[in-house]
Design a protein around this ligand. Sequence first.
Ligand code: PLP
Length: 448
Amino acid sequence: MQRVYMDANATTPLAPEVLEAMRPYWIDRFGNASSIHLDGQHAHAAVDRARATLAEFFNCHDAEVVFNSGGTEGDNTAIFGLLRPGDHFVTTSIEHSAILAAAERMAELGVEVTFVAPTASGLIDPAEIQRALRPETRLISVMLANNETGVLQPVEEIGRIAKASGVFFHIDAVQGAGKVPFDVRRFGCHLCSISAHKMHGPKGVGAMFVRRGTPVESLLVGGSHERRRRAGTENVPGIVGLAKAAELAMLALEDGTIPRLAALRDRLEAGILALPGTGVNGATPQSAPEGRRENSPGQAQRSPGKDANIGHAPRRGAASLSVHQGPEFRTWESTNPIIVHENSANPVPRVANTTNIWFDHLEGEALVIALDLKGVAVSGGSACHSGATEPSHVLMAMGLNKTRARASLRFSLLRTATEADVDYALKVVPEAVEHLRAISPVTAGTAG
Ligand code: PLP
């Protein structure tokens, strides 16, 4: 059976070039980069070369690159490495769990945390970040692109706010890296986390930009690796693979791959939206009010202001009613022509490979399984905790009700996606949707 993988935001396969680049470092060039003999020197030189490539990728100095085990470690390091009891931390309610769970732990240890809610379109309003700041705020952490909706956040604007306020700024760029023009100086951040396996590199390796002078404490202690910023013998093959993946990602940003991907995504999206009872999460401000109208009575529909967002746990379902279309977003969009694939139906900036679509009158999980059986791999917006399927915290924060959040699917295309992949998905998705709706209709908007 034909298989079409449309879950690139979960992980990606190694690019063949990455595998080839890594190959020698498993067996022939196996040395420990800390050893002084020739084998160690070969490994050390490979890590140095990789560091130079990553410095180019981030647009920073070589000494500002720290290799680690991936996005979770980078995100945890920013939070555990900078915050102390009594500090205040500003983040958002749509971050990855690597941020949210770390924030919750710090809250238990005496750090005050503010989770800023998104607009109904999934955007974080920089003005809300500004409003959340206090004299004791030490760190802001906002993601570059949301993993579920693909919505790009106005990090440059937030970077300016952080600078003006003297607050450290971390960007979780795990989903944006390799998909949008990348420049930590332009973003104005002090820390930035990326992960190799989201961009056709190996799993279990990543890197962090740490701006010179940022007093972030190492999560792991032991040897003096990575200038004492991350103890542990370097994963040389992984680091070499990450560097190759970063090199390929930089090429892909310039060779037409991104607009090609955006066109494929748009065709897929338009084809699915031709089905009745569907809509996009995070793309059209017009699609949001319907979701809000169906909010259950107990669900917060409005972000009631600065203090209401403050707490020790993310406020689920607390989306601001205002869809932010202020001039700063337009400015930000227009300076990033590649990342903004704008048409009248999709005015919110998104990465080119992602669309998140709701389907009324069915269960998202059932559709994921039905599509998998037909050879199409996609992901639902829900997470399984102790056997219970929880609707996506991201979609809930945007104001969707539980039923619609549970009935939402993420399609995220690999860089290598083809027209034939989209053709196949457009054949299979309508069949599966019609079949599921016929056998087990779920009444949209009734469940809480
Ligand atoms: N941050 C975001 C936005 C992600 O999507 C992910 C992975 O899905 C992570 C962090 C964690 O990255 P890793 O899998 O490298 O630990």
